[in-house]
Design a protein around this ligand. Structure first.
Ligand code: ATP
Ligand code: ATP
Ligand code: MG
Ligand code: MG
Ligand code: MG
Ligand code: MG
Length: 278
């Protein structure tokens, strides 16, 4: 194949290298999941099994791509954050996005029967789109994560109230929509509590907060000095020697990957896991 007269066509490929030293976020989203959710009778407003499939697929993606620092998922979407120092695929957008999307989709379909043993998938099969965005500062990245989690909260409060009005209040969709038009969060909390005796605070964390996936090097306890050393190692990528980098790579590969449902808007989550953004 080398040096054939056809080889010039290679030059039609356009470079799509992402800006160096920026946090790369690849967000994927299910295609037509409103329809897909109906087809497989997802529970409304939240089908726990469907979230479990999403989380299983995302966890597999994070496992296979150690350059991913953290991932956040809600509904039919997942955001994967590559460390700003990552040079995976020379930071080529199309390679990063397409690898994430296909790895995620493959594991989504592979994991499906575990959570939906009685509803085998049939064509059209679930698929996902994806995009990559660079965030130049930590503040931008934190704000991105906050944006997704606020979205989760707003949608979940709305959906929980909307479906309570229908499932427990006997309304139809139109009536429920009208009832909620122009209401604030406090109004929805009050509708849930006064009419249906539902305290929104007691709803499952996975619905209220979404899911966060990250590498947990033994939890940082204030009195655990050897963990503090590990974190220090990871905190200085710029001056790292090759051996140090190899060691960190091994540590990342070995680290336990956890799925949690925590607040990622407040500083606390990040302060307690300094290795995530260092
Ligand atoms: P598009 O292809 O433009 O993304 P979409 O139908 O997937 O269209 P989204 O805005 O992505 O639109 O919305 C996702 C849909 O999937 C919502 O309707 C949501 O209710 C449904 N959905 C996703 N996950 C769940 C779940 N765990 N339980 C119930 N419904 C879900
Ligand atoms: P990359 O991730 O960079 O694409 P790669 O290992 O996939 O790495 P390719 O240049 O894409 O490298 O080469 C595809 C490889 O898969 C080759 O080694 C090829 O021999 C092997 N392969 C693909 N299809 C077949 C097939 N049908 N039979 C035997 N080998 C195959
Ligand atoms: Mg979409
Ligand atoms: Mg969608
Ligand atoms: Mg969506
Ligand atoms: Mg290949």
């Amino acid at each position: 194949m080398a040096n054939s007269k056809f080889e010039y066509v290679k030059h039609f490929e356009q470079p799509d290298t992402l800006l160096p030293n920026t946090w790369i976020v690849v967000r994927i989203d299910g295609r037509g999941f409103t329809k897909f959710a109906n087809k497989y009778s997802f529970a409304k407003p939240n089908d726990r099994r469907a979230l479990d499939v999403m989380n299983a697929a995302a966890k597999a993606v994070v496992t296979e791509l150690p350059d991913i620092t953290i991932a956040y998922g809600v509904s039919d979407e997942y955001s994967f954050v590559f460390h700003k120092s990552s040079t995976l695929f020379e930071r080529r957008a199309s390679k990063l996005v397409s690898t994430i999307v296909s790895t995620f989709t493959a594991y989504y379909i592979y994991s499906w029967p575990t959570y939906f043993p009685d509803s085998p998938l049939a064509p059209p099969l679930p698929s996902f789109d994806g995009r990559a965005v660079c965030y130049p500062s930590l503040q931008n990245l934190r704000d991105y994560m906050s944006w997704r989690q606020v979205d989760c909260h707003i949608n979940n409060l709305y959906n929980t109230t909307f479906w309570a009005l229908i499932q427990l209040g006997g309304m139809d969709g139109k009536e429920a929509e009208k009832e909620l038009a122009g209401t604030f969060a406090a109004d929805k909390n009050e509708i849930l509590f006064k009419r249906f005796n539902i305290n929104y605070n007691n709803e499952p964390e996975i619905y209220k907060k979404g899911s966060v996936i990250f590498r947990d090097y033994e939890l940082v306890e204030p009195d655990s000095h050897h963990v503090a050393e590990d974190v220090e190692d990871l905190a200085q990528p710029a001056q790292q020697s090759k051996t140090q980098m190899e060691n960190d790579k091994k540590k990342r590969a070995k680290a336990r990957i956890t799925v949690e449902h925590l607040d990622i808007i407040k500083d606390d989550f990040w302060n307690r896991r300094p290795w995530l953004l260092s």
